[in-house]
Design a protein around this ligand. Structure first.
Ligand SMILES: [Zn+2]
Length: 145
């Protein structure tokens, strides 16, 4: 990926993308809803503010942008060639923050799941991802179904 944006431009663009109700998040929410899941949006009181919260399953789902949250092995998770140390620093902080939130949630009994943006590009991909997440969400709750 050619890096044609200044850090400020990129930061501005990404902060818009990062705002609530981003498209991948909406796509996943619809797919999960179709599978019968009901949830609270934006667990603002929970560590890391998970994007989708399923209180019944005590599960928190984060929808992560591959670039910002460093999806390992993903082609979107490039490192800009200019101001590299600035970006590496920023990425490291994001990853550390994500990890800390997951640890904190798990410590209070939450199951933490992550959906990467690249898995939610189309409704079809989102449906496949939701089906996979469904198994993980319900794991340990099978006896109630
Ligand atoms: Zn990805």
């Amino acid at each position: 990926m050619v890096d044609t944006l200044t850090p400020a431009q990129r930061s501005e663009r990404m902060s818009r993308i990062r705002s609530t109700n981003t498209k991948p998040e909406v796509t996943l929410r619809k797919a999960l809803h179709r599978l019968g899941f009901r949830f609270r949006l934006h667990g603002n009181r929970l560590p890391g503010k998970p994007d989708i919260v399923l209180p019944r399953y005590r599960t928190a789902i984060f929808v992560h942008g591959c670039f910002w949250h460093r999806h390992e092995g993903c082609k979107v998770a490039t490192t800009p060639k200019t101001n590299t140390s600035f970006w590496v620093d920023k990425f490291n902080r994001n990853v550390a923050r994500d990890a800390a939130a997951a640890v904190e949630l798990q410590a209070s009994g939450w199951k933490v799941l992550v959906a990467w943006e690249c898995d939610l590009r189309t409704p079809e991909k989102a449906a496949a991802k939701a089906a996979k997440l469904s198994g993980e969400i319900r794991a340990g709750f099978a006896e109630e179904q």
